[in-house]
Ligand binder design. Sequence first.
Ligand code: BGC
Length: 907
Amino acid sequence: MTGEAIAALAPLGLRCEQRTEPLGIDERAPLLSWRLASSRRGDAPARHRVRVWDESGALSWDTGWVSDPAAVSVRYAGAPLTARTRYRWEVAVTGRDGATAEAGSWFETGQMSPAAWQASWIAHDTSDLDVVDAPEEGEVALADHGLSPAVRLRRPFQVPAEPPVRARLYVTARGLYELRLNGHRVGDDELAPGWTDYRDRIDYRTHDVTGLVAAGENVLAATLADGWWSGFVGFDPRRSGAHYGTFPQLLAELHLHHADGRREVIVTDGTWRTRRSPIRYADLLKGECHDLRRDTPGWDRPGFGDAEGWLPAQVTGDDHDLLTAAVAPPVRAVGELAARTVTRVGDDRHLVDFGQNFAGRVRLTARGLTPGARVVIRHGEALDADGALYTDNLRTADATDVLIGGDDAVVVFEPRFTYHGFRYAEVSGLRELDPSDITGVVLHSDTPWVGEFACSDPDIERLHRAIVWGQRSNFVSVPTDCPQRDERLGWLADAQVFLPTACLNADVAAFFEGWLREVRGAQSPDGCFPNVAPRLAGVADEGAPGWGDAGVLVPWHLYRVYGDERFLERNLDAMCAWVDFVHRHNPDLVWRHRVGPHFADWLAPTPTPREVVATAYFARSTELTARAAGVLGRDDLADRYGTLAGHIRKTFAERFVTPGGRIAGDTQTAYLLALAFELLPGGNGGEAASRAAERLAELVEAAGPGVTTGFLGVGLIAPVLDACGRPDLAHALLRRTDPPSWLFPLRHGATTIWERWDGYTDERGFQAAAMNSFNHYALGSIGEWLYQGVAGLAQAPGSTGYRELLIRPRPGDLAWARATYTSVRGVVATAWAREDGVLRLEVSVPPGATAVVHVPTGDPGGVREGGVPVDGAEGVEVLGTGPGTLLCRVTSGDYRFTADDPMIAAP
Ligand code: BGC
């Protein structure tokens, strides 16, 4: 059905370092991976061979034939890779039938070492930046905020005779850059080079500019803005210098390879000229102001003779030690939203509704502009009771863009160095605004989408879409809490609770690999993980329970999803140090000291005792650290942390669990943590666990049924209820429409997940503006269960890289559901539908994988596959029956089960 349409076993989707044809990697032993597809049941790779060639065609590596039916990746271990070189590689895979198929791809190395860099950091003369202009009407007060203009930099160079056969640009900035070569934009990255703790590491990116360099005069040009480096970040009212730096700087090298073998390098240095740009300021939170009267057309092309205002670039340093090739995908403009409505709200004022809350900015065609005329664009997520733009919840983020007219009457304006979280835009200064003249430009880290979910209930589909939009809006260079107010920080708990859902929607391996560098980098020397990463200077940061623990939970989950042990190798030391830190300060194993700002089960309607939350997380992190050590063969550590985890569980039970099975606090989250983290005596099959499960179900029922958790419990509730045999309650929670519930916001116009269950209510209106985001993904962690429960598409416990699947749909009273997920191994799909008393279940299992399938049915004995009784079906092994279920194991391939509808036989 949804399997990739290939007859015999074939490798496809080749990637290097989790990316397709990456340009400019610094990894010396890159991971080369492929997916598999085959239409034959039971197909699996019998053997594989990978070969890598350098540019001269010499073989750099040959794995030889390797028999490994599990392999879908290898780590390069050939001749040392050289810098700035393109390598071609091929994988050949032989299937069970002996036929071999091949596929090829390439990767290219970057600078490989800080020592390779020759360029200097350059900036605009800072004394010229200090001369700030008085703000004009509608502009953010420049003087108040100390914002300075974005600057332009340019450097002409000559290419004699022939254009080069290859040209590569290696570039980064302290601040944000946009590059141009001969008037053409270089690359399509936005907000580059993204956000890192620039004091520890600075990502650079590589661009292929071969097609842009011409014979004769060329001009390499750039615009630089403050961004996270020297702009406003988070809720800290201080700006420049408070966090990373005070003014933006550029570092770039253009490497030209000529046909005759000559190489030439153009670098940023004191020969560049710089000037204030027409962007009077550009700030991620405040917004951006373009004054077209100050434009200098042609500045980025050859033949530009205007020297006015151009100053020699200031060289600010030659340090390259912090430079590393970016691993995370860049932020890109990934989509556009048409204006759904444009309403005139004043003489020259219009309110635009894009129909979707998102992160990005607008592209506006302004008509009838005169020199000095100003157009002001404000952004907001909601409208107030009078139908006006509501911006109170943005706090100090002005989120206002300004265009000041120059010579042209018609101008297409799109800010370059800011983004906003909004659904509505208010445009002032234009008498007419046609809907076709304004477009929403959606920005986010360009993670490939790998999951699809659909079902017969439009409300649940809307919920899924809102969750996906929450992910889109908040994966902007780093995983943020929200895209609109003066925050947008990489909060660790938000990321860890949402991660399982995020992984099903998109391939986030490289994105989180980048972020984990920040998490590790932000760990204190004594082992304490932070609450936010990238770390912010000046923000006191000691990881709270559930927040700091993300440093353990995130690498572990990524390892399970992607099967890449490097997630554990790179993080194991940090994981151990974190557990040691908590242990050192809490030798009696109840985590109550050094809890940072202890956010507990953040925003829960019913709070759970802080020590219960903390100690549960302490046990979980310790257990996962032990398992990670075990995977890596570090038996000493596995034993040590495994034993410690056992002691913490014992302490948890002694301190917080009564003989009757009640857990201190008696809240949903208390039981959820205990069950999800397997903290109860006897494990999850034991007596204590079944009493906890019963009590959890009682609490859920007593609440409506309803959910009363905050951030730390919310992602666990449906999976745990399901595992406890109460998927009916999980369905009931999904369907509920009054708060706290997922459908309440959707019934009130939400198009993304709200920060709070009651961000708005009919009785009260908006929640306190001080903390009320309408685009926060944490409560969207229910998304995992839509795939795993409703559609029934899951990885089996204990499996990694989707080698073993668990297909266990929970139909509830829905008519149908389906999900598709492109795993590292290949496409996994489930689809079920019930009609006329018959339930049909279709399953796709990728080559080399197996699945345990739970066919929901009123009559386990009557289940058929492909029209024949299951016990005779090819590739199907019947394992047994459960209440209302037939259990079987299937090998790879596509299967079609039919069964009696479970609803009909339901008690
Ligand atoms: C953020 C959260 C975060 C929390 C810490 C809030 O301001 O928006 O999502 O996890 O602080 O409690």
